[in-house]
Design a protein around this ligand. Structure first.
Ligand code: SAM
Length: 247
């Protein structure tokens, strides 16, 4: 009945009227969406929500590290600072290293480029925490190859990369900001270096968390169900756990 009616409508009604009917039957109707506080050209927070609460991507990053905290043990390398090593590794960590590409800050034990990696010996680390770093490295393949080479056999990399997100101007003006990822690109990149069976990739986000994150809203501003719903077509954050073969 319905298809008969729409075929009838297609033949009898002029195109302009048909289009108007279609627009009026969308919900909310076309032109009637209430943008509220979101109708603006600058984000509500330019600091990913740090000034409002916990940034939405950090909520998923920290949960991923908490779920895999047992991997954070022995000699652990982190990029830029060792805050996640201390927070999630605790007493399991026997040595904490920090790599920085350019600056020799107090916590930094290795100054160097992950894409070259010749200053980092092979088989050194039990765990590498590689959060929100690969988007700032042009030659991602070379960086992942270094990560694989410098892990001990059985060692684990816990990586996160942005999917949908705001560019970091700070990174862009120093080392660069090159990429946004998907589960497909993250999986292929890590499977080129690690045995595919040893690579686990997951994505978090939905249309609401993505819009909220772009606007710099904080975790505290969303409801639990809104935060937790995963829509694979809106990948805000991608997590990767990869283990180096023991043999
Ligand atoms: C957004 S920070 C991420 C660091 C931090 N661990 C986090 O969770 O936010 C991006 C980092 O990428 C590092 N980086 C950029 N290019 C690099 C390279 N070629 N080799 C190693 N690190 C690099 C920078 O030093 C910077 O600390």
């Amino acid at each position: 009945m319905k298809s008969w009616l729409s075929a009838f409508g297609r033949r009898l009604l002029p195109v302009a009227i048909r289009r108007k009917i279609v627009r009026l039957t969308r919900w909310p109707p076309v032109g009637r969406v209430r943008f509220g506080s979101l109708r603006r050209l600058r984000p509500i927070s330019a600091e990913w929500g740090l000034d409002r609460g916990k940034p939405i991507d950090r909520y998923f990053i920290e949960r991923f590290l908490a779920q895999n905290a047992a991997d954070i043990q022995g000699r652990v390398l982190e990029i830029g600072a060792n805050s996640y090593t201390l927070a999630f590794g605790g007493a399991r960590v026997t040595q904490s290293d920090v790599l920085h590409v350019a600056e020799d800050r107090p916590q930094v034990t290795i100054v160097g480029d992950l894409t070259a990696g010749e200053h980092i010996q092979p088989d050194m680390f039990d765990c590498i925490i590689l959060t929100q770093t690969l988007q700032a490295i042009y030659d991602v393949r070379a960086a992942i190859a270094t990560v694989h080479r410098t892990l001990k056999p059985g060692g684990v990399v816990l990586a996160t990369v942005p999917g949908i997100g705001k560019i970091s101007r700070y990174d862009m003006e120093r080392w660069g900001y090159y990429w946004g990822f998907t589960t497909a690109s993250a999986r292929r990149l890590f499977e080129e270096a690690f045995r595919p069976a040893n690579v686990q990739v997951e994505a978090y986000g939905n249309v609401l968390t993505s819009i909220s994150f772009l606007h710099g809203l904080a975790v505290e501003e969303l409801r639990a169900g809104e935060l937790e719903a995963v829509d694979p077509d809106f990948q805000m954050l991608i997590t990767i756990r990869a283990v180096k073969d023991t043999a």
